[in-house]
Ligand binder design. Structure first.
Ligand SMILES: [Zn+2]
Length: 212
């Protein structure tokens, strides 16, 4: 990971604009005025939409199939989805079949920058873990049954959510189209805005929202 990706975006107000930077400069990049003389620039850190999957217990987590969101996300194709248990172990269904971080076959570093698509309150953790075990023990999730188009990482997650019976996810997991529209698209759309800002600040040193 490059250092840019660890940098948090900071927003401050000047020239009647929201200016995005990685650190507040001494002068406004728009008007060159010294910012130390300005009282109300109100800098705040823009919350990152990304989390490390191992720190998101009992969640549905999403990442690009290759690379990471900040560098490689283009659109909603080629995203990979998985589940975490109450200890933050990642369970995913992929070409080789079922993979779990506890079996050391999953590369944790790939899951360092994820979106949480769905999660449950603490009171559901025990039921989540036992349902996940039941899903893993289901013999259907193996190398032979994997089909990139029809039986893939999403099939595994949707199957689990229907078995979990936690609303509203059970209903939203009834088919891929509903799941994508209701849960995935809102999260990736929000993340795309952050990615745009982050990439522009990386490239130009600062970024200003275009006038509407
Ligand atoms: Zn200014």
């Amino acid at each position: 990971m490059s250092s840019d990706e660890d940098q948090h975006v900071i927003c401050f107000k000047h020239c009647e604009k929201n200016v995005f930077v990685f650190s507040v400069p001494s002068r406004c990049p728009l008007c060159n005025q010294l910012l130390e003389h300005c009282k109300a620039i109100l800098p705040f850190a823009l919350p990152s939409p990304f989390v490390n999957a191992t720190q998101a217990p009992c969640s549905v987590v999403l990442r690009p199939s290759r690379g990471d969101f900040l560098r490689d996300f283009r659109n909603r194709t080629n995203l990979h989805i998985a589940l975490t248990d109450s200890k933050g172990s990642i369970v995913e269904f992929d070409t080789p079949g079922l993979l779990c971080t506890t079996s050391k076959h999953v590369d944790r570093s790939l899951w360092g920058q994820c979106l949480v698509i769905a999660d449950v309150p603490d009171s559901w953790f025990c039921h989540w873990d036992s349902t996940l075990l039941r899903t893993i023990e289901d013999k259907g999730w193996n190398r032979k049954s994997y089909d990139e188009e029809k039986v893939n990482c999403y099939s595994f997650v949707l199957f689990f959510l229907r078995l979990l019976k936690f609303e509203p996810f059970m209903v939203l997991a009834k088919d891929m189209e509903t799941f994508s529209k209701e849960l995935v698209v809102p999260k990736t759309t929000h993340a795309a805005k952050y990615i745009t800002i982050h990439r522009n600040v990386t490239k130009f040193g600062f970024w200003v929202e275009p006038d509407r």
